[in-house]
Design a protein around this ligand. Structure first.
Ligand SMILES: Cc1ncc(COP(=O)(O)O)c(C=O)c1O
Length: 404
């Protein structure tokens, strides 16, 4: 380990909360296209995009230009005033999803928090008891008190005392359980779900389950929220993952890739539902400031280009193809799943050692749900970089087999 890294690690321990567990032994200082460079100048192929955030890589000129322009003109005014960058970002979100209104915040958890508040307010208007929200086991919706309570994972709740009440956790992909609940419970105001449970191990929602849930929600007047924080902004090969399922959600929540690396979150809702958040009922100081909104505009404009979607399809087919070939030779691979460039490789062993080895060999990946290697490169990753990354992964997974 270089003395530079050693010092960084010591200072991290001294000055920062240690809530992230042991960080990977690297401090990235520069990015170029789909490559990252660390404190000592070592180069890595990036297959993670800062967890689906830097979706257009590190050399996307329109984003750099937008950031520079806002640094020179105005970074932030306040939501007390009109903001034309925010309006433009919202217009683009409407164009790419459905006609509605957007509320800008700073993160995925805040976008979900706003969605949960809106669902409650909408339900309670009709009946004081109608504030229950259904979420699904193994989901992840964030870490604030509301979105943590929506997250149906005990390990996320542990140690924080009583949760925000009113959440009902049901098994994912179990339409009978959902149907039984909404038939017996008249106080369900909304449902929040991911189309692909990202933190939960890249688990796809079943098409029949999703269409069944949506049909029942429509019948019962239950609001549907699709959490697109991880799956949105082109990640799965469509603008938003719900678009693979032929459904029409009432709300979607966005963050991560929306502004290419600049912190942002957004709740997008149909007009009649958005109207429930009446004047003064919710707000956010930084939400959608000029810097964040102009960055989102640069990303959203690029998203509309067919060349980007085509690249996602091409690289996705390449990665799935090579991983499926590898699966035939490696007993370590249990399953390969995902959509577009939101890919999980479930192993028969814990993935931490594989992630560490990859880093050593110059590839950035991550592991979710203990055994699932997560691959989320930039949507515009050049095929040459994708090839390089996959070669490294193949080598590691085959060597691991031989060592066994
Ligand atoms: C599906 C989903 N929702 C919400 C969140 C929380 O987003 P943030 O970390 O920006 O608050 C995440 C983060 O991983 C996520 O994957």
């Amino acid at each position: 380990m270089s003395t530079k890294l050693k010092k960084i690690m010591q200072d991290d321990k001294r000055f920062l909360f240690q809530n992230y567990g042991d960080r990977q032994g690297v401090c990235f200082t520069r990015g170029e296209k789909s490559y990252l460079f660390d404190q000592d100048g070592k180069k890595y192929v990036d297959f993670l995009s800062g967890i689906a955030v830097c979706g257009l890589g590190y050399s996307f000129d329109p984003l750099k230009k937008a950031i520079r322009a806002k640094a020179d003109s105005l970074l932030h005014s306040s939501n007390l005033y009109y903001n034309s960058d925010q309006i433009e970002a919202a217009r683009l979100i409407s164009d790419l999803s459905f006609s509605g209104k957007t509320l800008f915040v700073n993160s995925g958890t805040e976008a979900n928090e706003a969605a949960l508040k809106l669902v409650r307010k909408h339900g309670i208007r009709e009946n004081r008891e109608k504030y229950r929200i259904i979420s699904f086991n193994n989901s992840f919706h964030g870490r604030t008190m509301g979105s943590m309570a929506a997250t149906a994972q005990e390990k996320i709740h542990s140690g924080f005392g009583p949760l925000v009440p009113g959440f009902i956790y049901l098994p994912f992909n179990d339409l009978d359980a959902f149907s039984a609940e909404v038939e017996k419970n008249q106080n369900v105001a909304g449902v929040i779900m991911e189309i692909i449970q990202g933190e939960g191990g890249i688990v796809l929602a079943d098409k029949k389950f999703v269409s069944g849930v949506f049909a029942l929600c429509k019948k019962k007047g239950i609001i549907t929220v699709i959490d697109e924080v991880q799956t949105g902004i082109g990640r799965t090969g469509k603008y938003f993952a719900y678009q693979h399922y032929g459904i029409a959600p009432d709300m979607i929540t966005l963050a991560k890739g929306l502004a290419g690396g600049v912190p942002i979150g957004a709740l997008h809702a149909r007009d009649e539902i958005a109207a429930t958040l009446t004047k003064g009922s919710h707000g956010c100081t930084f939400g959608g400031n000029q810097l964040a909104s102009a960055s989102a505009v640069a990303v959203l404009k690029e998203l509309r280009k067919p060349s980007l979607t085509n690249n996602v399809a091409r690289v996705s087919a390449f990665i799935f193809g090579r991983m499926n070939e590898l699966k035939k030779k490696s007993t370590l691979i249990r399953d390969i799943r995902g959509l577009g460039l939101h890919i999980g490789i479930e192993l028969s062993i814990p993935g931490a050692a594989i992630v560490n080895k990859a880093l050593e060999m110059g590839l950035v990946i991550n592991c979710t749900s203990e055994k699932v290697i997560r691959i989320m490169p930039a949507l515009n990753i050049p095929m040459s970089a994708a090839r390089e990354g996959i070669k490294i992964l193949e080598k590691i997974l085959l060597e691991e087999v031989n060592e066994k």
